[in-house]
Design a protein around this ligand. Structure first.
Ligand code: THU
Length: 162
């Protein structure tokens, strides 16, 4: 007998940055700052990310593109890999992500790509700790989900390699 399974995720929607818990507001503002360091002459899409570590350090990332397109990297992974390198073993608590079109346009809704969700969930597994994801949601509003796993249900993980 077949059976249908449904998955549900919880998204907390905030109307404005001011409504966010203070540390997440700070993190999103840092991500917005990081977006100004985007190197995106091909997509003209500027992405910024800010990773909060358990030692309260914030590490920034921005998307870095290349004339050989696939060699570029998303803002989230730039930040996560830098954090893992500069603060080895320190757990990741949260990541904020934002984006805008080039030319100082307003920040707009963005969600991490599948590859970045996979990388976030790897660190969740490694550290045994949820990573809160704070996402720009347009018109100054913000979406928050409690972990990367909820953005990547049915994922591939180290458990598949056993
Ligand atoms: N991008 C990110 O930096 N993060 C995402 O989660 C989605 C996409 C970047 C990659 C590329 O430089 C540009 O946005 C357009 O895809």
């Amino acid at each position: 007998m077949s059976e249908i399974k449904r998955l549900e995720i919880e998204i907390i929607h905030y109307q404005s940055v001011e409504e966010l818990p203070e540390i997440f507001a700070t993190l999103l503002l840092e991500a917005r700052h990081a977006a100004s360091h985007s190197y995106s002459p091909y997509s003209h899409f500027e992405v910024g990310a800010a990773v909060l570590l358990q030692n309260n350090v914030i590490i920034l990332g921005s998307n870095q593109e290349n004339s050989s397109y696939p060699t570029g990297l998303c803002a989230e992974r730039v930040a996560l890999f830098a954090a893992a390198t500069q603060h080895p073993g320190v757990k990741v608590t949260a990541i904020a992500v934002t984006a805008r079109k080039a030319g100082n346009k307003p920040f707009e809704e963005v969600t991490p790509c599948g590859g970045c969700r996979q990388v976030m969930s790897e660190y969740e597994d490694l550290h045994g700790k949820d990573i809160t994801i704070v996402m720009e949601a347009g018109k100054g509003s913000v979406n928050v989900v409690k972990n990367a796993a909820s953005l990547l249900p049915f994922r591939f993980s180290h458990a598949n390699l056993k």
